[in-house]
Design a protein around this ligand. Structure first.
Ligand SMILES: NC(=O)c1ccc[n+]([C@@H]2O[C@H](COP(=O)([O-])OP(=O)(O)OC[C@H]3O[C@@H](n4cnc5c(N)ncnc54)[C@H](OP(=O)(O)O)[C@@H]3O)[C@@H](O)[C@H]2O)c1
Length: 276
């Protein structure tokens, strides 16, 4: 039996996905009963008001609260009267299993399992979870149980060490968060060009899809297209002129990414323009 402390986006999505994959969900406990009830309804499980009861009725307990609450929740659970050994798993990409130390000291298995996915809505996340890789971290003995569950259900996982997590999570944020920021920055330029959103949205979606497709088969160096790769000095100069005139706040972003692009392909023909 699997249960969740923290009925937010990730806890609810994982519960729905696990249930669809034949993993029995016992229930949810959350800061507010309303969230627990909503998640329980979606997973045909129980919304608990007593944390101790839920933990005692479960084998695997996911702590899917926000990162800052994980340690205090673990400390709270460690104070409870728990009858058997359990496995506690949190889903943070940055924090390690060390934040569950109070539970480890009580003889429980502890680990972190980070699904490398941007959870925006439950419906969207559940669709994507079968293609998602879970990055597991913890002592080998503590990972055996959760690895067995993942193997039985043919879920994709990889192992990661504690000391790798900061770099790993920074990488994850660069892709998933800053890609969104880049779209926002580009939209300001499209708006400046007076491209209406009903024309822009499908056009930009196809452009992004083509980039993802290029990246899929090749590495980033080979996937790159555009003026830096071609060495088109006048094109980049014109971009920087319009940015300086109309959207000066974006100039630095454009330059920083341009310089990183030159480093990536080891081609510095446009160096002078970016340094101007
Ligand atoms: N979002 C992502 O894309 C993503 C991806 C991978 C991993 N993660 C990780 O997944 C975890 C959850 O993230 P999330 O995006 O699902 O966050 P979220 O939507 O903010 O949900 C967190 C939930 O935790 C509950 N909570 C907070 N403090 C609590 C406490 N003391 N006791 C019980 N419940 C408590 C809140 O409950 P109430 O609703 O009842 O107030 C809230 O629903 C985090 O560790 C995050 O790093 C997130």
């Amino acid at each position: 039996m699997t249960s969740f402390i923290g009925a937010g986006n990730v806890g609810t999505s994982l519960g729905v996905f696990f249930k669809e994959n034949g993993i029995a969900i016992r229930g949810y406990f959350s800061r507010t009963f309303k969230s627990a009830e909503t998640a329980a309804l979606l997973t045909s499980s129980k919304a608990y008001t007593r944390l101790e009861e839920m933990v005692n009725e479960s084998r695997f307990i996911w702590i899917t609260t926000n990162d800052d609450a994980i340690e205090s929740v673990a400390n709270q659970v460690a104070e409870l009267n728990i009858h058997e050994k359990k496995t506690f798993i949190h889903a943070s990409g940055l924090k390690t299993s060390d934040v569950l130390i109070s539970l480890k000291k009580q003889g429980h298995e502890t680990c972190s399992a980070h699904p490398l996915l941007a959870f925006s809505t439950v419906e969207q996340a559940v669709k994507m979870l079968s293609k998602t890789t879970f990055f597991l971290e913890g002592e080998q003995g503590d990972l055996l149980g959760i690895k067995q569950v993942f193997e039985d259900k043919s879920l994709t996982f990889a192992e990661i060490k504690k000391e790798q997590k900061a770099a790993y999570h920074a990488g994850a944020c660069m892709i998933s968060n800053y890609l969104v920021t880049l779209v926002h920055a580009s939209n300001q330029l499209f708006e400046l060009a007076r491209i209406s959103s009903h024309v822009l949205n499908p056009a930009a979606n196809t452009l992004m899809a083509s980039v993802l497709q290029n990246l899929e088969g090749k590495g980033p160096k080979e996937a790159l297209t555009g003026p830096i790769k071609r060495g088109d000095v006048q094109t980049v100069r014109k971009h920087l002129e319009i940015l300086a005139e109309e959207l000066p706040g974006l100039t630095e972003v454009y330059k920083v990414l341009g310089k990183e692009t030159m480093r990536m392909i080891d081609d510095f023909r446009l160096k002078n323009i970016f340094d101007e």
